[in-house]
Design a protein around this ligand. Structure first.
Ligand code: DQA
Length: 158
């Protein structure tokens, strides 16, 4: 094997200090966290939670995107799916219906963790089925906003 040149050594050194990049994607109605069905989803906005999450992981670049539109969620998965180290996806109700989002997850390189704030298995039967889970690295559900932190921990331990 050829020995690395000084420039290659320098690039490897820089890569070590590259921040890990994680994309959080929230789907429909999750822009209303803190307002919507507080007894299920709590009273914090996602933005307030995100600030705490970023503070807890200063060495991780955590990007956030929310959309109520299925195609826009797919576009974001495509956009970051070949450059980010992981995606934390709460697809909201699309979790239970969207073959198109499942296909997008299968098409990209980055590992995806499906998260839910509520314990979907304690709720209506239609929430027990995920179209996405089989294409994801894993599923975290039922820990409130902490579900997102547990997903960050899982990606960090990879
Ligand atoms: C949710 C659970 C979904 O069933 C629901 O449609 C949501 C939120 C959760 O985070 O608990 O919008 O994904």
């Amino acid at each position: 094997m050829p020995i690395a040149t000084p420039i290659e050594f320098f690039l490897m050194f820089l890569a070590k200090f590259d921040l890990m990049k994680i994309q959080i994607i929230n789907g429909p109605n999750l822009n209303l966290l803190g307002v919507r069905e507080k007894s299920i989803y709590g009273d914090s906005s996602f933005e307030a939670y995100l600030e705490k999450l970023r503070g807890r992981y200063p060495a991780v670049e955590i990007e956030y995107y929310q959309s109520n539109v299925e195609g826009e969620i797919i576009n974001k998965i495509h956009e970051v799916g070949f450059s980010f180290d992981g995606i934390i996806l709460n697809a909201g109700a699309y979790t239970h219906t969207s073959i198109a989002i499942a296909d997008a997850i299968a098409a990209i390189k980055a590992p995806v963790i499906e998260v839910h704030i509520s314990n979907v298995y304690k709720r209506e039967e239609f929430r027990h089925n995920s179209m996405l889970a089989a294409n994801c690295m894993g599923v975290i559900a039922g820990f409130g906003m902490n579900s997102y932190r547990l997903a960050v921990e899982s990606l960090l331990s990879e």
